[in-house]
Design a protein around this ligand. Structure first.
Ligand code: I24
Ligand code: DGL
Length: 276
């Protein structure tokens, strides 16, 4: 099936998932929407995040997708069950894949999740991990609200970043877990700092790769892989086109990326007509 896979995020962070998709799913077309106008989702209420997430999914439905990936941890935590009920195409989030990977590498089933305030408050990771381990796992979750601003300031590889990471993680006792999940799109950019802070025995899981394995499995399970050649990748932002484009060019191996501004309500209201 030639239709694109939709990917949604609160902004540009979900490009970490797109990067893995480009590499691991070379035949699949992609449409990405980043909700930069309303980013960050991390500090917002679950009701607000859920309504934004449904709106993004609805816009992609109008643009004609065959499956949806919610690349944002906060949106997955707040809205995956709601969105899954509301649409006919298969939908996957980033929390199940990350939880599964953590349980696979952990020796003692003691896991810490790092995420936004919304993700931590939702306890969605705690529930996913406990369900998968038949209640055996011990899960701690820590909100790291200072991490996203450091990454977005482009300061993820600085002494200040190292300091903020150390200060934030200092409340954890590293004897009480052997695996840490980077439960936010932006945290892979701080992986070096997080790695350097924890003892070497702590395994670090980032969910992007695991999520793309799930996408691949889902495409096969539904028999909707693309077998034709000439895939396309398009990006939409609810915010500034040019800023978004710079980050895409910097982050993805795409020569001349197609990036456009999107008005979600205009797309949703344009009944039946797909804007292509
Ligand atoms: N990284 C992120 N968001 C930003 C940024 C960044 N600015 C510099 N870098 N800005 O997220 C957010 C606000 N913008 C976004 C675009 O539209 C308008 C508002 C992390 C991105 C992860 C892929 C630093 C930076 C970069 C390129 C790649 C990675 C990166 F410029 F961290
Ligand atoms: N994309 C969000 C996440 O993965 C991080 C940025 C935000 O707070 O919106 O949780």
């Amino acid at each position: 099936m030639k239709a694109p896979i939709g990917v949604i995020d609160s902004g540009v962070g979900g490009l970490t998932v797109v990067r893995e998709m480009i590499e691991r799913l070379p035949k699949e077309s992609i449409i990405y929407i980043g909700d930069d106008a309303r980013c960050p989702y991390g500090p917002k209420s679950p009701e607000e995040v859920a309504s934004y997430t449904v709106e993004l999914a609805e816009a992609l439905q109008h643009l004609g997708i065959k499956m949806l990936v919610i690349a944002c941890n906060t949106a997955t935590a707040a809205a995956l069950p709601i969105v899954s009920e509301a649409f006919d195409f298969p939908i996957i989030g980033v929390i199940e894949p990350g939880s599964r990977a953590a349980l696979q590498v952990s020796k003692n089933e003691k896991i810490v999740v790092l995420g936004t305030i919304g993700t931590v408050k939702s306890e969605a990771y705690n529930r996913a991990i406990l369900r998968r381990s038949d209640g055996r796992a011990e899960v701690q979750a820590l909100a790291c609200p200072n991490f996203v601003p450091i990454v977005e300031a482009g300061e993820y590889d600085t002494p200040q970043a190292k300091e903020v990471v150390a200060e934030t993680l200092s409340v954890l006792d590293s004897d009480t877990f052997d695996t840490a999940i980077l439960g936010c799109t932006h945290y892979p950019l701080l992986e070096k700092q997080i790695r350097d802070y924890f003892p070497p025995s702590v395994e670090i899981i980032s969910s992007a790769v695991e999520t793309v394995k799930d996408v691949d499995r889902t495409l096969r399970a539904f028999g909707i892989q693309n077998k034709e050649s000439g895939r396309t990748i398009r990006f939409y932002t609810t915010g500034e086109r040019s800023e978004f484009e710079e980050i895409v060019e910097d982050w993805l191996p795409i020569e001349r990326p197609v990036v456009e501004h999107i008005n979600l309500q205009a797309v949703i209201r344009s009944k039946g007509r797909t804007l292509r």
